[in-house]
Design a protein around this ligand. Sequence first.
Ligand SMILES: Cc1cc2nc3c(=O)[nH]c(=O)nc-3n(C[C@H](O)[C@H](O)[C@H](O)COP(=O)(O)O)c2cc1C
Length: 303
Amino acid sequence: MADLTVDLGFRTLKNPVITASGTFGYGEEFLPFFDLDILGAIIMKGIFREPRPGNPPPRLVETPAGVLNSIGLAGPGSEKLQEIIRRLHTRTNTPIIVNVCGEDDREFAEVAAVFSAMDEVAMLELNISCPNIKKGGACPAQDADHTARLVRQVKKVVGKPLIVKLSPNTADIVEVAQAAQDAGADALSLVNTFLGLAVDLEKRKPVFANVYAGLSGPAVKPLALRLVREVCRRSYVPVIGMGGISSGRDVLDYILVGAAAVQIGTVNFYEPGAAVRIIGEIETEMDKLQIKNLSEIRGKLQT
Ligand SMILES: Cc1cc2nc3c(=O)[nH]c(=O)nc-3n(C[C@H](O)[C@H](O)[C@H](O)COP(=O)(O)O)c2cc1C
C-alpha cells in the first residue's frame, strides 16, 4: 500500500488532502457526508473579528469549468467561530486550520492571536490574498513589502505554525513568496482565486456588485500549477498547492512540481464527497505508478 503521509516539518499529515477555505464551510456541514478523520486537515472559512454579512447577491456564477465568486467573506465573527471549532473538535481528530482575515494589519494580528491560543487549532492560514474586499480587489499579497511587514507582525503574536496564502493577482508571486518566508512564514499556500469579470449584456452592467470576482475550479489548474512550480523552485518552506484539483492525478501533478500538500476547493461544492474519492484515487494511482511515498516524486519534474 502506498504511503500517503506528508511531513511539513512542523507537523505530519496523514495524507496531502486539505479542504480549502471557503469551500468546506466550518467542517460541520460535511459531517453527514463522510468521516472527517479521513482528511489531511480542514481549513475553516475565512474569519474576521466581527460578524460580516458579505456582498449582496449574486455571489456565485458558474463559468465553463469553473466558478466566479464574490462572497465578500461573510462570516459569524471570531467569537462564534471559537464555539464552532470547540464543537467540531469533539467530532474529529483531523487538524483544524483557521483562515485568518483582517481589514487592516492590526486586525489580522488580533484575530490570529485569538485562534493561536486555542488548543483545538493546529495551525493558522493568513489570508492576505482575498480579492473580494472593496478597493478593486487590492490585498496585502499584491505587495512584497506589505506582506513582509504583516507576516512579521503576526508571527510576533502567534505560537502556532503560520501558513501564508498567496494571491495569483500580482505581478511577481515569487517575490511575494520570498518576502513571506523571509518574514517567518512556516509554509506558503497558493493560489487564491484569479480576478475575473462577468458582464450582463442586456443591462450593460457587471454581474457582480463589486464588478470583479474570483475564479476557481478546473479552469484555473494549469495557471495555478505553473505558479506553484515557480514558487516551489525558490522556497525553503513547504508549499501547499491548490487550484482546480478534482482528481487524485491532479494532486500528484502538484506534488510533482514541488508541493508538499494540496487543498481542494470548488470540487467540494459540486461533489461533497470528493475528498474521499480523491484520497482513494491517490492511493490507486501511486500503486499503479509504483510510487511508494510522495517524497519519491515531490519536485521531481524533469525539464
Ligand atoms: C465560494 C468560495 C469562497 C472562498 N472563500 C475563501 C476564504 O474565505 N478564504 C480563503 O483564503 N480562500 C477562499 N476561497 C479560495 C479557495 O480556498 C481556493 O484558494 C480557490 O478556490 C482555488 O482552489 P479551487 O480551484 O480548488 O477551488 C474561496 C473560494 C470559493 C470558490
